[in-house]
Structures are given as structure tokens and as C-alpha cells.
Design a protein around this ligand. Structure first.
Ligand SMILES: [Zn+2]
Length: 332
């Protein structure tokens, strides 16, 4: 009996300490920082394609990316005689990330869903629809651990939200981006995560119907593990024409994280920062950060603020316990 006990102890102790050593990544994403990026974009005013406000916002995005050490390419293109530009941020010497994270940064030129018809020819400020996804990306570029960065590319799409206005199509920027992708690179891309309308203070994220189910399962179950099942709802939402579609069309697994049914501020003059919250941005940011870290080929990430001495001590205690067990075993 005693022998069994001692052998068990010998086996279990090192095992349990190994399990404890596999510490999960602790997200550093700050909803407050993201909210500041949301407000900063709105401070430029409405940001429809081709506007000076959007040019100023683009400059802001480029500056944030560069200040955190990311390489930046502004991908210029023309659509209906309007100059447009996607912004691409990547890290390292090669642009060969396997995970893409995107958001549109333009805003709708007309508030044509506003309950007051007098507002239909006014522009949308786009705190939620435009600024929220972009804001989360701008905070992610700060918090992503350095060893993960080469595996992640951020894309800020232009010209997503002008559909049905002056013969414009939807998702023009993302369509252009995918058309420009090197065909050799496409099969190497494992995921495309799109963030759109994630800032509303009463955020509801059912599963978008057109997204890649397996990838969506991973993200939604991760969110549930993190305790966010009241936001990432395990129910099927609508099918939405959004910037993830061109990626799906070329076979890239893609997921749209989007509030639906759309909040009442959607395409109205009421899409303002006051309708958004740092908490909503925090939830989505933490989930996406954790997904990127756990899927980047890095299996274990030690929390940076956790002292190494703890692990040394843990190993020491395990060793002493093992020695104690061994002594007991010998004295049988
Ligand atoms: Zn929109």
C-alpha cells in the first residue's frame, strides 16, 4: 500500500507541475485604449471614401502602426474615379503571415437608414460602423507579443460601406485586396478574421451564417472558455455581405465577427461614440488576441509579469517531494 502511494506520488508530482507550467496567455488588450482610438477616428468627422477626413484618418492609422514597429503599405486604387486605399500592416522581413485580421475604416456617405428622413442625406459618423473594428486592430498592434507578430497581417479596408449609393458596390477594398494577393500565398493563409460593428454597448455577436464553421467554432468556444458566452452567442445569426466574402471566395477560411441583427444606430446619424463602450471592445479584443497567440505556433506563452523565480521554486518543491517519496519507497 505504502509502495503504491510512493510510486503514485513520484508519478503525479512532476506531471502536475508540468501542467501548471503550461500557463495560458493572459491578454493585455485594453478596451480603454481601443475606445480612445475609436473617438480619435470620429474626431476627424465622417470618413467616406475620397474625403479629406478619411485621408487624415488613414495617416493616423499608419502612424499608430509604425509607432509599434509594424511595416506599412498603403495599397492605392481607384474606384468610380475616387482615390481609395487599403492599409496593410505586417511584421518582419517577409510579408508571409498565415493569419489575417481586417476591418473597414471608411464610413457610409449617407445615413439612409435614419428614422428621420431629413437625415438621409447626412453622412454617418461611423463610431461603431467603421471606427470600432479599426480601433480594436489598432490596440492589437500594440499588445501582440513580438514572437507572434510575423504570423499576423492587419488590413484596414477602404470603400466597404458605400453600396447602392451612386452605383457603388459594397466591399470594394477587400475585393481589391484579394485580387492583388499572390496566388502562391493564398493556400498558406489559415485564417481571416474580420471585425465589424463590435463597439455597441449592448454588443450581441451570434455566429454569422456565411463564415467558415470550423474557424468560427474555435473562436466561439474560446470566447466561452473566457466567460464571454453572453456576447459571443452560440446561435446562428444572419448571412452578411461583408469584407470576409472575397476571402471565402478564394478558399481562405474566414469569420465575420459582427453585431447582428444590426444595432438601431446602424446607418443613422446616431452611430456615435456615446453608443459604444470600452467593455465591448475589450471582450472582442481579448478573444482575438488570445486566438492569435494560441494559433501562431507558440504553444506556451508565459505571462510577462509572472516571475521566473516562481517556476524555479515550483521545480524545486517538486524535486524535494519526489526525493521524499523515493526515500519512503526505499525504507519500505
Ligand atoms: Zn455599414
Amino acid at each position: 500500500m505504502r509502495v503504491t502511494w510512493a510510486i503514485l506520488m513520484l508519478l503525479i508530482l512532476p506531471l502536475s507541475s508540468m501542467t501548471m507550467l503550461q500557463v495560458d496567455h493572459i491578454p493585455e488588450f485594453s478596451g480603454t485604449n481601443a475606445m480612445a482610438h475609436l473617438v480619435a477616428q470620429c474626431d476627424f468627422g465622417p470618413r467616406p471614401p475620397g474625403s479629406d477626413n478619411l485621408t487624415n484618418c488613414r495617416q493616423y492609422i499608419v502612424e499608430v502602426l509604425e509607432s509599434h514597429g509594424w511595416e506599412v503599405v498603403v495599397q492605392n486604387f481607384a474606384y468610380q474615379n475616387v482615390s481609395c486605399a487599403n492599409i496593410i500592416g505586417w511584421h518582419g522581413s517577409l510579408r508571409n503571415a498565415t493569419m489575417l485580421v481586417g476591418a473597414h475604416y471608411d464610413t457610409r456617405p449617407l445615413a439612409d437608414e435614419d428614422p428621420d428622413e431629413a437625415n438621409h442625406d447626412k453622412p454617418v459618423l461611423g463610431a461603431n460602423d467603421g471606427a470600432s473594428g479599426t480601433a480594436a486592430l489598432l490596440e492589437l498592434v500594440r499588445v501582440l507579443p513580438i514572437e507572434v507578430r510575423d504570423d499576423v497581417e492587419f488590413i484596414f479596408f477602404d470603400a466597404e460601406d458605400s453600396g447602392y449609393i451612386d452605383d457603388w458596390d459594397w466591399i470594394v477594398g477587400s475585393t481589391y485586396y484579394v485580387n492583388q494577393l499572390d496566388s502562391n500565398r493564398i493556400p498558406l493563409i489559415s485564417s481571416m478574421i474580420l471585425l465589424d460593428m463590435i463597439g455597441d454597448s449592448e454588443l450581441r455577436l451570434p455566429r454569422e451564417r456565411g463564415s467558415t464553421r470550423s474557424l468560427q467554432d474555435e473562436i466561439w468556444s474560446l470566447a466561452a472558455e473566457m466567460g464571454y458566452q453572453d456576447t459571443f452567442l452560440d446561435s446562428l445569426g444572419n448571412s452578411i455581405l461583408d469584407d470576409h466574402r472575397p476571402f471565402l471566395d478564394v478558399g481562405i477560411p474566414a469569420v465575420d465577427i459582427i453585431h447582428n441583427p444590426f444595432p438601431s444606430s446602424w446607418h443613422t446619424v446616431d452611430d456615435i461614440p456615446e453608443r459604444c463602450s470600452a467593455e465591448s471592445l475589450q471582450i472582442v479584443g481579448e478573444v482575438v488576441e488570445t486566438f492569435l497567440v494560441t494559433h501562431s505556433g507558440v504553444t506556451t506563452t508565459f505571462p510577462p509579469d509572472f516571475p521566473v523565480t516562481f517556476y524555479v521554486l515550483l521545480l524545486g518543491v517538486t524535486g524535494v517531494a519526489a526525493l521524499f517519496a523515493y526515500t519512503r519507497l526505499k525504507s519500505e
